[in-house]
Write a protein that binds this ligand. Structure first.
Ligand SMILES: [Zn+2]
Length: 442
């Protein structure tokens, strides 16, 4: 179902800022993800008050390549923020009634209950803008003092980065995954906090497996994805993870991709079954070392964890410098020593800096970079931390899997850390030292 009048005329020209609003190309809403058909006739008043404003807001966000919109009621008004590459920027302040109309309109389009305003709801809506498909994932929740907070996550379907190379897996990491899964056993985990991109990493691990050599089954919810060479495997209600893996094994599964491991039972089942096939899963944890320590606690049997756990990788996003406007500079030797970069480093990069002197000299203001809209960054990449089953690490796990001991062993074995991978990106000129510091703070 297609709503409204999003005219598919020429793309908006950057130079033509005074373009008539009516000539604008608006986003099209193409149906709720849950299959509900919003009853626009029964909600005529809401549609009148909120549809056009909703289109404007979402279109603005997409124009600025925001990945998230947040509408937060604050007394009589509501604050709107756009998140671009993970950083919130204030977008506008809306009168309370208008913010409410937009919030309810988005809920209606997402097939949610607009009368329910006291409980959190989640849903989504398919959209199209400038001939590109997007998914909008929507969460509403009541806030103290009345009203609802609305969070809209916008996913550009043409930019779903799930291939190992897109995500930023190194050759070394890919070959480790291929090597471990070639034995058709062992547990491989993507660790991270929920919504941190950890699902993307788990899918990238699956996609690193040699699909021509091994049969890969998905035993979990793929969230609407279709993965080439991965066979969906039907789970039976009431079956444990062990039982499902056992059935998949009878169908010659070499590698099983399972649902995120969220509790002790799932952790025990995954470790128990990792002698039958390779198991790949997402695991909620702060980072890779934390995941190893947590898994040891959940499973209890440290010997078994040491034997079955093969690899844990964890990722943190970092913004990429805009290729159009990044500036080279010569770093001073003290700085290099302080952050741990090689002393022979001749050049690093950072976002453009406009000194007041510059403006006075040529008498005119510097032009803001059009590509990144003056942000200095465009898009994100990932830094990876990897822990794998070295002899030393197995020993640490057998001794109980103490978090500090795991971290110490990872350093001893020179495993890839966020720090080392982040500094590599700085050296390659993909990001700046400031951004690396910001990514570690947040
Ligand atoms: Zn730029």
């Amino acid at each position: 179902m297609i709503f409204g009048f999003g005219r598919r005329n020429k793309p908006v020209d950057d130079d033509d800022e005074d373009e008539d609003e009516d000539e604008r190309d608006y986003v099209l809403f193409q149906g709720a993800l849950n299959g509900e058909t919003p009853d626009l006739a029964a909600n005529a008043k809401l549609v009148q008050a909120g549809l056009l404003e909703t289109k404007r807001l979402v279109t603005d966000a997409m124009d600025r390549r925001a990945e998230m919109i947040r509408i937060e009621p604050k007394g009589k008004v509501a604050q709107v923020a756009f998140y671009i590459d993970g950083i919130p920027y204030p977008a506008s302040r809306l009168p309370g009634p208008l913010a409410m109309a937009i919030t309810q309109m988005v809920k209606l389009l997402s097939g949610l209950d607009t009368r329910e305003r006291t409980k959190p709801q989640s849903g989504g809506v398919r959209t199209e803008f400038s001939e590109k498909k997007y998914l909008m994932k929507v969460d509403s929740a009541p806030v103290q003092g009345g009203g609802e907070r609305l969070i809209v996550r916008i996913q550009d379907q043409s930019k779903v980065l799930e291939k190992p190379d897109d995500v930023g897996f190194s050759e070394d990491l890919k070959s480790k995954i291929r090597e471990y899964t070639s034995h058709k056993n062992g547990l491989l985990l993507a660790a991270g906090p929920p919504n941190s991109g950890v699902t993307t990493v788990s899918v990238a691990i699956v996609r690193s497996v040699d699909a021509y050599m091994y049969s890969i089954y998905s035993l979990g919810d793929l969230g609407g994805r279709e993965l080439a060479h991965v066979t969906p495997f039907e789970t039976k209600a009431g079956d444990s993870l062990s039982q499902t893996i056992e059935r998949a094994k009878r169908k010659e599964a070499d590698v099983c991709f399972v649902d995120p491991i969220r509790d002790a039972q799932a952790a025990k089942d995954a470790v128990d079954s990792a002698d039958k096939c390779s198991i790949i899963a997402e695991f909620p944890a702060a980072d890779a070392a934390d995941a190893v320590a947590k898994l040891c606690k959940l499973v209890g049997n440290h010997e078994l964890v040491a034997e079955r756990l093969k690899l844990v990788c964890s990722q943190k996003f970092i913004r990429v410098l805009c290729e159009k406007c990044k500036q080279a500079y010569r770093p001073n030797p003290k700085l290099l020593a302080k952050v741990g970069l090689p002393p022979e480093t001749k050049v690093l990069y950072r976002p453009p800096r406009f000194d007041e002197d510059d403006e006075e000299e040529d008498g005119e203001e510097r032009k803001v970079c059009k590509r990144c809209a003056g942000l200095g960054y465009y898009g994100r990449t990932a830094m990876f931390e990897v822990i794998d089953a070295t002899e030393g690490m197995k020993k640490v796990i057998k001794q109980g899997g103490d978090l500090q001991a795991i971290r110490h062993q990872a350093r001893q074995d020179k495993m890839q850390s966020f720090q080392s991978d982040g500094l590599r990106l700085v050296l390659e000129g993909k990001t700046s030292l400031e951004e690396l510091q910001r990514a570690f703070r947040s």
